[in-house]
Design a protein around this ligand. Sequence first.
Ligand SMILES: Cc1cc2nc3c(=O)[nH]c(=O)nc-3n(C[C@H](O)[C@H](O)[C@H](O)COP(=O)(O)OP(=O)(O)OC[C@H]3O[C@@H](n4cnc5c(N)ncnc54)[C@H](O)[C@@H]3O)c2cc1C
Ligand code: FES
Ligand code: FES
Length: 484
Amino acid sequence: MLNDTTVKLETVSPQLNVLQWLRNQESLTGTKEGCGTGDCGACTLLVGEVKQGQWHYKTMNSCLMLLGNAHGKHIITVEFLTQTKHPELSDLHPVQRALVECHGSQCGFCTPGFVMSLLALYINNDSYPGKKAVIHALGGNLCRCTGYQPILNAAEKCFDYPRVEEPWSEMALQFEKVLTSIDAIPSLRQNDESFFVPQNLEDLLNLKNTYPTAKLVAGSTDLSIEIGQQFLHPEQIISVLQVPELSQLIETEQTFEIGAAVAYDNFIQRFCAEYPESKELFERLGSCQIRNTGTLGGSIGNASPIGDPAPLLIALNAKIEIANLNEHRVIDLQDFFVSYKKTVLQPNEVITKIIVPKRSEQQKLACHKISKRIEDDISAVCLAVNVTLKENRIISARCALGGMAAIPARATALEQALIGKFCVTQSFIEAANTIETDFTPMTDVRASAEYRLDSAKNLVTRIGTEFSTPSDDTVPVRIYHAAL
Ligand SMILES: Cc1cc2nc3c(=O)[nH]c(=O)nc-3n(C[C@H](O)[C@H](O)[C@H](O)COP(=O)(O)OP(=O)(O)OC[C@H]3O[C@@H](n4cnc5c(N)ncnc54)[C@H](O)[C@@H]3O)c2cc1C
Ligand code: FES
Ligand code: FES
């Protein structure tokens, strides 16, 4: 459903994204294109999806959202907001009125994106949720002109106006009735190209069996960049996003089973309640829009050496379940990655879930990401260290790094150097140099090889200080320096 209209599309290019469709085919040009890569937020939309009978609305980057994945969703564009009548606000929506009154818009190019991010904040909170929540919600929106303070003021002011019920919940319920009457596998086709949106695991595995060269897609935050920038042109795309079996988060006494298609935003709260040490890592993964869309299955399937979740999951000894039409198999995540962007996944296979053990007693965990910006930036180096202690001695250690090799990998020399030592800063200072045995990183646009090595060693030392009790912290800490 696009605003208040149900739309049926069948013959459209499977590579088209929602932004291109809105602007070029629907003439809805309020949604802007800035970067086309999920970095600026000018293209932000509010997207509703039904979960357990309830419609939930979140922001997404339309430049990254492939049109096929819009099946069954409710897309709200900036044009629709003034259709909600607010006579006392000159018919602007409260978030728009607040932006006007606080001078939160100058050239105006970023404004529709900010309006949509503020709208999500507004409808998901009854009152002003505080500056931290606002910064979190706006982390994926860039503005070149205002210096941000007027926008932060607007985020507070919009809650001062009288609240009005948004009209779209009722529309979404009507739309749901249309959806339940569809029984074929929803698809888009043009010429020889197709985009399939299977609605159950059996259909997904059948399709992957029939089209082994098809590209799988979940949130498409990685894949649409390959399509847009590297001109990837898959003949078939199969979406895993609407397969219920891949969309569940199951918590047992011993594990989290995170469905490969569960968006970050839908599991990090529960996961971080178990592992609060990972909260900052996940909060800094992309932006609000990226976390609303991206998935663990996509991060692992992409096999990027700089994906943030893999080092943490390898350090936690996570496993992944892989399925084809005939069997399901479970393997250690560390064995999934073979070489740069190569994995053990066979052409007819799909990642179905990621299984993460819950914490044990005497376990200490730390994970840190080094990137040029705090918000919305990919790692230069990421380190996760997971140790088990007995009488303050390290009896087991799993350490993994991203950004240091062609794949996310364990630091086995570092692990060996830690095992048997007391969990004090000095042990980590002494072990830090083993990073040079474990890794020979490369220089690229994000960081030099020397910077990566020195940052990784410094992170080991930092984790030592975090793990130690204050009385151990008399040891002078050596800091390595290298140019970026
Ligand atoms: C602006 C921006 C900022 C970002 N910031 C970060 C960051 O800070 N940290 C970080 O780690 N990443 C970041 N990313 C990368 C990306 O968001 C993550 O890797 C995300 O988890 C990918 O998930 P997805 O569902 O969007 O994957 P998709 O793009 O849908 O898929 C990615 C790959 O995985 C494959 N795949 C998807 N699902 C499956 C499956 N079930 N089985 C097998 N293969 C599958 C696809 O074929 C594709 O090759 C950023 C991306 C953008 C655009
Ligand atoms: S156009 Fe910049 S995030 Fe989409
Ligand atoms: S008002 Fe100009 S970019 Fe934000």
